[in-house]
Design a protein around this ligand. Structure first.
Ligand code: GLA
Length: 387
């Protein structure tokens, strides 16, 4: 957590005035249901205590100024509402600019501009959704300051539109919606087809959920993500040519081989197998959580990782080593988020957490020459006002 005083002082140093508001937008983990939200599947994310803070004051003109502690610039980056075209040189600011752009295209009029200072304790590009966190922060800032009449779910859809149409990543709705609707101590079982959410306490005592960060700089992350989206939409198209109403997430895993002649491609068959089995695991995971069956929960985590590794092929060496090593002490572990590097989660008994961290760190360092990081998970409320 970053203290209000630190945020206020930093804002004052950059903008030479007192801030009026502070907002917080969490990151998220996903317990299970990976890479199926863009096909309307069941997913089980939760907002976490690590996230992005936005410190804000109004301006008299209609300009927007942005400054980030993590990406410092000599002076704040200036955004003029007349020049909203995507420009890669704006870097991190594009996530906020994208949300502003979606709102402008909806016809919203902003009578005055803002000074915005951003600070974060969420590791970026690590699979904990730092991009959705910053998009939702901007959506929330705009809602609160200009009194926009949108619900949290509508804000999530605006942020997702920014991610897809402005940033060019064809993401599902899981990240933005979990950050919009998060609830302290609860995970969100989400139907990404209807956007319905039910809340479930993550009660896994005497175990706890630990995040393990590969600290591996993801490359080609966005293009590989889009590649999986493209492949699986192609699979869906081939299927619907023969069964117009079929959806990948509704297929029966026992019939997987029957789809071979329809898909006509081994790679597509593997991708579809992941989608079908992951949808099933998400449902069974929810049941096991409600029944407090911890060993079943753990086995679904392990199966999910195997499916993401062999069938969806999004894990990569770093995540595989981390997950594998953690299982010496953890009862279950899997990558979380989009993959291709980033973070994994492990369920480990309280008293074995330290041993696990030590062991995983040793194995990982010996293999890759650098250390992973670890964070104990606390589940948090969704995006909200701090001051
Ligand atoms: C990213 C996307 C989500 C989801 C996950 C994988 O985080 O933004 O919509 O597809 O990957 O489950």
């Amino acid at each position: 957590m970053i203290s209000k005083t630190i945020l206020q002082e930093a804002f004052q140093t950059i903008y030479h005035q007192q801030p009026e508001h502070i907002y917080f937008s969490p990151g998220r983990i996903n317990l299970i249901g990976e890479h199926i939200d863009y096909h309307g599947g069941f997913v089980f994310p939760a907002a976490i205590q690590l996230g992005t803070y936005g410190v804000v004051s109004k301006r008299e003109d209609r300009m927007y100024y942005f400054y980030s502690k993590q990406f410092p610039s000599k002076v704040p980056v200036q955004v003029d509402l007349q020049e909203m075209t995507f420009d890669a040189s704006f870097g991190w600011v594009n996530y906020m600019k994208g949300v502003l752009d979606v709102c402008l295209k909806k016809g919203i009029y902003f009578p005055f501009g803002l000074n915005i200072y951003v600070d974060s304790d969420l590791p970026e590009a690590s699979g904990l959704s730092s991009s959705a966190s910053i998009e939702m922060l901007m959506a929330w800032i705009l809602k609160q300051i200009y009194q926009l009449p949108y619900t949290r779910t509508e804000l999530a859809l605006i942020a997702q539109e920014a991610e897809r149409n402005y940033l060019g990543v064809q993401s599902g709705i899981m990240d933005q919606l979990s950050i919009a609707l998060g609830k302290k101590d609860h995970a969100l079982f989400m139907n990404t087809s209807t956007l319905e959410v039910t809340y479930h306490p993550l009660d896994i005592k005497p175990y706890r959920c630990v995040i393990m960060n590969t600290n591996y700089q993801r490359t080609l992350h966005d293009s590989k993500y889009n590649e999986r989206v493209k492949e699986t939409f192609e699979a869906s198209k081939r299927l619907q040519e023969q069964h117009p109403h079929a959806r990948l997430v509704h297929l029966n895993s026992e019939d997987i081989n029957a789809y071979e002649p329809i898909l006509k491609d081994d790679v597509l068959l593997k991708r579809v197998r992941h989608i079908i089995t992951e949808q099933n695991r998400a449902l069974l995971f929810k049941k096991a959580l409600d029944q407090h069956d911890l060993f079943k929960l753990a086995s679904f985590l392990n199966d999910s990782h195997a499916s993401l590794k062999h069938d969806y092929e999004v894990t990569g060496k770093q995540l595989d080593v981390l997950v594998e090593a953690s299982r010496k002490y953890a009862i279950g572990a899997r990558m979380t988020g989009a993959g291709f590097g980033g973070c994994a989660i492990a369920f480990v008994e309280d008293k074995r957490e330290h041993q696990m961290i030590e062991h995983v760190s040793n194995v990982y360092q010996q293999t890759f020459g650098f250390l992973p990081s670890f964070y104990t998970v606390e589940l948090s409320d969704g995006v909200h006002d701090v001051l």
